[in-house]
Design a protein around this ligand. Structure first.
Ligand SMILES: Cc1ncc(COP(=O)(O)O)c(C=O)c1O
Length: 388
């Protein structure tokens, strides 16, 4: 009998992929499904970015590249960090990886082991808790609160730190809530972290370019006092509609960049060479497609929030960022899983139960508004009809 490691039984998953598979199966069987479950932009990668990859392939970039990325892509990321976050970062601290998830996996595996505690947002991106458990560490949830627009209380977060805390994961703008942590909470958290120099921070800023109502994304990278213990996660997937290209990066403290590179060498060697050239074109080329996409999301956000609030039993906060709405559905009398199932089976609308994002997601559903306005309106009408 073969026997896998105990740690395999700890590994969770991302339910979004399961819902997607079920929605696709129903669609293949002839059902008209509107997918508001999926967490990726419904836009195409800008043509000049695609062109750069084609050109790279034709020019013969078919081999391995340096593990942390070709120098030009790391330099392009450094220039972008300067432009959008106003921070100068040496390219040596930048490790380009196949997608945002990889920085997350590496950071958690670097700090996690039995006895270690890792703080993570709940409800939050499910892979945090999954990989924390996989590493053997204890996941300690940071509760995100609806009455704070799914931000947190910095004092409460600092109260969760113990001598065993190794890593604190933050995510703003957030999946699944669309919440944005206000600057004063981040300031307070960073001030408090001075008393806990043993805690590293992983700041997942993959939605950094998607904020609304004039609200500003506050990057943890702008706090020089965290320089030696901050890992910044960002990438191309959401900003440039490049989820399938698998391009992400981490900015690591000087002392950890070599370890992250070693993990890359052990794991994937390097990112697809042509994708790296596409990544340079995305960062250095025109940004009008990003602006157009974000303003389309903003318009749909207004439609979905208004529409959800008109459905009996739903109440929805106005998300400050990303492309998700996270309505409270407690007044429907149904739990999140049951409602998710009924919406898919009876209304043909794919959504994700809040519990897919952690125990604190009970009573909520995640709607992605990365779908056309027409589809969003049609979905809202179907849900309204089902629940009225
Ligand atoms: C909060 C968050 N971080 C990271 C990722 C992973 O992004 P990528 O597709 O680049 O691996 C996602 C994707 O949904 C996300 O929502």
């Amino acid at each position: 009998m073969i026997k896998t490691s105990k740690r395999m039984s700890q590994l969770g998953t991302e339910t979004a992929f399961e819902v997607l598979a079920r929605a696709e199966a129903l669609a293949r069987a002839g059902k008209d499904i509107i997918n508001l479950g999926i967490g990726q932009p419904d836009f195409k990668t800008p043509p000049h970015v695609v062109e750069a990859a084609v050109k790279a392939l034709k020019a013969g970039h078919h081999g391995y590249t340096p593990a942390p990325g070709i120098p030009a892509v790391r330099e392009a990321v450094a220039a972008d960090l300067e432009k959008h976050r106003g921070v100068s970062v040496h390219p040596d601290r930048i490790v380009v990886v196949p997608g945002g998830k990889v920085t997350m996996f590496f950071a958690i595996m670097m700090f996690g082991e039995p006895g270690a505690e890792i703080l993570y947002p709940n409800p939050g991106f499910p892979i945090y808790e999954s990989v924390i458990r996989f590493s053997g560490a204890t996941p300690v949830p940071i509760p995100l609160m609806e009455d704070r627009d799914f931000s947190f209380d910095a004092g409460q977060v600092l109260g969760l730190v113990t001598p065993n805390t190794r890593l604190m994961i933050l995510n703003s703008p957030a999946n699944p809530t669309g919440g944005l942590v206000p600057a004063e909470q981040i300031d307070q958290l960073v001030r408090g972290l001075a008393d806990h120099p043993h805690v590293a921070v992983l700041s997942d800023e993959i939605y950094s370019r998607m904020t609304y109502d004039g609200k500003q994304h506050v990057s943890l990278l702008t706090y020089p006092e965290l320089k030696d213990r901050l890992i910044l996660l960002d990438g191309w997937s959401k900003t440039y509609a490049m989820t399938g290209w698998r391009m992400g990066y981490g900015v690591w403290p000087e002392s950890l960049a070599e370890g992250a590179t070693r993990l890359a060498i052990n794991c994937h060697s390097c990112v697809n060479a042509a994708a790296q050239y596409a990544g340079i074109a995305a960062l250095e080329g025109p940004q009008d497609s990003v602006d157009a996409m974000v303003s389309a999301f903003d318009e749909r956000r207004n439609v979905i929030v208004g529409g959800l609030n008109a459905i009996p039993g739903f109440s929805c906060r106005r998300p400050g960022g990303a492309f998700y709405a996270f309505p409270n559905i407690k007044q429907t009398g149904m739990d999140a899983q049951s409602l998710q199932r009924r919406l898919l089976d009876e209304a043909g609308v794919a959504t994700i139960a809040g519990t897919s994002f952690g125990a604190f997601g009970e009573g909520y559903l995640r709607f992605s508004y990365a779908n056309s306005r027409e589809n969003i309106e049609k979905a809202l009408e179907r849900i309204g009809k089902l629940l009225t």
